[in-house]
Ligand binder design. Structure first.
Ligand code: S3P
Length: 443
């Protein structure tokens, strides 16, 4: 994503106060659109995130023959109908599929395309074309899929599916929901049981959603399986709010003195709210309350109050998968806490939308915080009385989670800051700035 120059982010004039809703969950929105495209019949989707990443998935399934008729609702989310290809399979597209910035689109499509005898070239923006893909192609090749070039670790890559896929049992080398999902989606059409074991539990949205589309699925703590061949049937999905977006509002409330907010109707899937557990460990006044479920996804409210005495903490590596997208903003909160915070086993951050590990260290250095990495661990030496220099400039590196993290320095701090390439927030949370400003009564 190209840089759009710097955006000036000014301090909020009042604390955050009130009730907020965040846009639809990104992971669930991708899955709702993609699985509906695979299914026979017309699915009705609501609460789908309207962001660039999800639009990449929508455009991809359109190019593959699904019909998507979705409109913006009053609450800003997308709602409407997706008619899938079912057992007829996708059509051969006449151009490469551009997945934009979206790793989820690219990696999940690899699994979806696996059973069909068409050749599809997948590509993406500069950031996505740098991200590792071999983790996905390796198990899919074991199932019988071909990739060209076969040893490629990066997009663009051309995939040719196989109508006679082999069901496999695969021990994933890392806890990655995108890898797990790709294998399970291929397994939907393989003959027999496809099993995916993982070293730590990654988000389990796929296992929770596939049964709604009629796929025999099991979901364990570090293991998931599907039994194929299955016939996916359309269903109705309502996507709850995104806890990863809620994490930014909650962190803002912890950084802005006197704040107290409640985020409503957000997914409380335990694999996604590791940030609540981490903030609790730092001494934050934060609680979640379950109010119901959307499909098999628990959801409810998260309530948080500004807390004076945050302290550093140790975040063990088994917790990493549940905070994989929240480490940048948690590191910023740790920078304001007393003492040392250690995030263990987070090397995977090097291959996200940017090298987030390095970006966190570089960004925190700009605000005078000592942060360093040592064998896949991140250390942050907090300073509760840190003062930011006027005119500090942060580089988003085209990475939405970094853009929002550094924006919080300006919003909740003592002086305006500049964030270069801030517009990339449109990938996951287009209204991020106005949502925070309106919680502070500034609109
Ligand atoms: C996602 C899985 C995670 C996460 C990404 C969304 C998903 O990636 O970081 O933002 O929807 O499956 P990995 O599978 O690479 O851990």
């Amino acid at each position: 994503m190209s840089s759009d120059g710097a955006t000036t982010i000014k301090p909020l004039t009042s604390p955050l106060d009130g009730v907020a809703q965040v846009p639809g969950d990104k992971s669930l929105s991708h899955r709702a659109v993609l699985f509906a495209a695979m299914a026979e019949g017309t699915s009705h989707l609501e609460g789908v995130l309207d962001s660039e990443d999800v639009r990449s998935s929508i455009e991809a399934v359109r190019a593959l023959g699904a019909t998507v008729d979705m409109r913006t609702s009053d609450d800003g989310t997308l709602a409407g109908l997706v008619t899938g290809w079912g057992d007829r399979g996708p059509v051969q597209p006449d151009h490469p599929i551009d997945c934009g910035n979206s790793g989820t689109t690219a990696r999940l499509l690899m699994g979806m395309l696996a059973p069909w005898p068409i050749s599809v070239t997948l590509t993406g923006d500069e950031s996505l074309c740098r991200r590792p893909m071999r983790r996905n192609t390796a198990p899919l090749m074991k199932m019988g899929v071909q990739f060209q070039p076969s040893e490629a670790d990066h997009l663009p890559i051309t995939e040719t599916g196989n109508a006679h896929l082999k069901a496999i049992t695969y021990d994933a080398p890392m806890a990655s929901a995108q890898l797990k999902t790709a294998v399970l989606l291929a397994g939907v059409y393989a003959d027999g049981k496809t099993v995916l074991n993982e070293p730590a539990p990654s988000r389990n949205h796929t296992e929770l959603m596939l049964p709604l589309f009629g796929v025999p699925t099991t979901a364990g703590t570090r293991v998931a399986s599907v039994t194929g061949p299955a016939h996916m049937k359309a269903c109705d999905i309502h996507v709850p709010g995104d806890p990863s977006s809620a994490a930014f509002l909650c962190s803002a409330a912890l950084l802005k003195r006197g704040s107290h907010i409640t985020v409503e109707h957000v997914s409380l899937n335990p694999a996604r709210i590791g940030f609540v557990r981490t903030l609790e460990r730092m001494g934050a006044d934060i609680t979640e309350r379950r109010t119901g479920a959307e499909g098999k996804e628990p959801c409810g409210t998260i309530e948080v109050s500004w807390t004076q005495a945050l302290h550093g903490c140790e975040v063990p590596s088994q917790h990493f998968a549940s905070i994989v997208d929240e480490v940048p903003v948690l590191a910023l909160v740790a920078a304001h806490a007393k003492g040392l915070t250690v995030f263990r086993g987070i090397g995977e951050l090097r291959v996200k939308e940017s090298n987030r590990l390095q970006a966190i260290i570089d960004g925190l250095e700009k605000i005078g915080i000592d942060a360093w990495e040592e064998s896949d661990n991140l250390f942050v030496e907090g300073n509760p009385s840190l003062v930011v220099d006027p005119g500090t400039v942060f580089d988003s590196r085209g990475d939405h989670r970094l853009a929002m993290t550094w924006a919080l320095v300006g919003l909740c701090g003592n002086t305006p800051v500049e964030v270069e390439g801030f517009d990339c927030v449109s990938v996951s949370y287009p209204d991020f700035l106005s949502d925070i400003q309106s919680l502070a009564g500034q609109q």
